[in-house]
Design a protein around this ligand. Structure first.
Ligand code: OGA
Ligand code: MN
Length: 288
């Protein structure tokens, strides 16, 4: 008998999974229950998990193929490193500085609404973020149900995006920091993969809005000012909507989100307290 329990939140998305130690190999039925919960609830929270990076990788690998952290995905896309040569790496999200060097990315500032690594042709299907050290307050992470964001889009906007795609520029990180290797400032001219604004989830068959991030975004085929105007109206709809669940972190939490049909953002926090997370990714799939 398994004690595994799926406890949906009273929110537009998210569920806590209880009664399972995810540092150990799962039974096939536990894998299927968790996979189904992931598809149904988009974001899963596992609390009080004490695990190593190796166990974090092993947990993730039971659900698909591991994918690389963003900076490595970019280096692979640019042909700077060969996949065959790259060992899988944990993605460190941290504001901690050791010996004058940041041990991770994103610092202590706000991270704007985004889906992870949509600036590559095949973005990750999921990210799994595990907390190692957290502040007492601040640094909450918010998740948005992008199925609902699409379903509630006013008719006029739904028509306006029909058949349209957008370019997902890699120039800005989710904290708005510019990556120096990207120099083109005009979003209509910059490089980046094209993804449909409305995408179909390969496992659930449901359609969701797929935006990536606002900075550097461009709707293909429109004059830049029209693209900006349409993007502003879409983003106003999603950010004013109520499709959100918020995670207040405790040490030992692991939060797993579906990167295809959920977006996330993070609050800023006190720069003098330490916050460190380790993240794995599951590889994505094409066609949509
Ligand atoms: C991420 C991310 C949010 C956070 O890991 O992809 O955006 O809470 N981090 O640090
Ligand atoms: Mn992210």
């Amino acid at each position: 008998m398994s004690d595994l329990e799926v406890c949906p939140f009273d929110a537009p998305l998210g569920a806590e999974i209880r009664g399972v130690d995810i540092s150990k190999p799962l039974s096939p039925s536990a894998v299927e229950t968790i996979r189904t919960a992931w598809h149904d609830h988009l974001v899963l929270l596992f609390r009080d998990q004490d695990m190593s990076d190796a166990q974090h990788f092993a947990f993730t690998a039971q659900f698909g193929t591991l994918d690389y952290p963003p900076e490595l995905l970019l280096a692979i896309a640019a042909g700077e490193v060969r996949v065959e040569d790259e060992p899988m790496a944990i993605n460190v999200i941290s504001n901690v500085i050791e010996n004058g060097k940041p041990i991770g990315v994103l610092g202590n500032g706000e991270a704007f609404w985004h889906s992870d690594s949509t600036f590559v042709e095949i973005p990750p299907a999921a990210s799994l973020l595990r907390s190692l050290e957290v502040p007492d307050s601040g640094g909450d992470t918010y998740f948005m149900n992008m199925y609902q964001a699409l379903e509630t889009l006013p008719d006029e906007l739904r028509q306006a995006i029909k058949g349209k795609s957008s370019k997902h520029d890699a120039a800005y990180s989710s904290s708005g920091k510019r990556r120096p290797q990207f120099t083109e400032l005009d979003p209509s001219k910059s490089a980046g993969p094209i993804h449909p604004l409305e995408r179909t989830h390969p496992d659930t068959g449901r359609k969701s809005l797929y935006l990536g991030r606002r900075l550097g975004s461009y709707i293909v085929g429109l004059p830049l000012d029209e693209s900006e105007d349409l993007l502003n109206r879409i983003w106003a709809h999603v950010t004013e909507g109520d499709f959100i669940w918020a995670q207040q972190w405790r040490v030992g939490d692991l939060v797993w989100w579906d990167n295809r049909c959920a977006m996330h953002r993070r609050d800023a926090f006190d720069p003098n307290v330490r916050r460190t997370m380790h993240r794995t990714q599951l590889a994505g799939d094409r066609p949509y």
